[in-house]
Design a protein around this ligand. Structure first.
Ligand code: A2P
Length: 255
């Protein structure tokens, strides 16, 4: 057994492109909700094949959850997608990342802007009680190509609402804004467009993005850069662990 091996306790396939899984938690692992770790399998050459994965469960959870794309010819995910309960997965107990509450200054509203598997770090943060202590309103936007790819987020919102720790705290504070770009759904469009044309503010009954807002961004490189520009236009400044400010971003890993 690899010294960093953990045991798979649950696997769920959401679409033919997406799955989530839970593993036992390394005894030595301490992390902040929103951080990522290196995760993988032992490769054919006997050496670990690792990729960065955001932890999708909160810091207080006794297990770790991850949400992953399945890349057919991806060296890791082509194999990882076949894991079953009882299998071993390597988790390096060295968490890091910028999508943490410590990197943001206090504010009124906090936007969590995700595309695709970029929702993973926010799945962790939405079950973190501090999220609702720090902000009056928490807005999760999740944009995917088609409706089926919204399922993990929709299920997450239900889990958050029924969570013994944050279920009550999030009441009246948590707003969910799912959109699709390539299949008909109640709200269609790229989140960049919907922020800029005023739809998000109108639909949610909040003021347009401004200095009172805080933003966390997690998607493709292009999405991150486009939302970063929108944040900067709204007067927000990128923060980090050492220099907290009004928005933070991180690339969604794997795929
Ligand atoms: P689109 O369908 O218009 O490309 P992916 O599955 O490729 O990771 O994309 C996830 C979602 O992110 C898709 O709905 C996609 O929209 C959207 N997206 C990708 N790049 C950007 C961007 N630069 N700005 C806004 N939305 C984006």
């Amino acid at each position: 057994m690899h010294p960093d091996a953990q045991i798979v306790t649950d696997v769920r396939h959401w679409t033919d492109r997406l799955f989530s899984f839970r593993v036992t938690r390394p005894k030595s692992l301490r992390f902040r909700s929103g951080e990522f770790v290196m995760l993988g399998l032992v490769g054919d050459n006997g050496r670990p094949l690792l990729r960065a994965y955001s932890i999708a469960s909160p810091a207080w959870d006794e297990e770790l959850e991850f949400y992953s794309i399945k890349v057919p010819d991806g060296p890791l995910t082509s194999r990882l997608q076949h894991i079953k309960v009882g299998d071993q997965v390597i988790v390096k107990p060295k968490p890091t990342g910028t999508l943490v509450l410590d990197a943001l200054l206090p504010g009124k509203r906090c936007y969590l802007i995700a595309t695709g598997t970029g929702i993973a770090p926010f799945a962790s943060l939405l079950r973190e009680p501090e999220m609702y202590e720090r902000f009056d309103t928490v807005i999760l936007t999740h944009t995917t190509r088609d409706v089926a790819e919204l399922a993990y987020g929709a299920d997450l919102i239900e889990r958050v609402k029924n969570d013994p720790l944050v279920g009550e705290e999030c009441e009246g504070k948590l707003l969910y804004y799912p959109t699709t770009t390539r299949e008909e759904s109640p709200k269609m469009g790229r989140i960049t467009t919907l922020l800029q044309n005023g739809d998000v503010a109108r639909d949610l009954g909040v003021p347009p993005l401004g200095p009172d807002d805080r933003v966390m961004i997690c998607g493709s490189m292009a999405l991150n850069l486009d939302i970063k520009a929108i944040c900067e236009e709204a007067g927000l400044v990128e923060g980090s662990n050492s220099m907290p400010n009004t928005f933070v971003l991180e690339k969604a890993f794997v795929g």
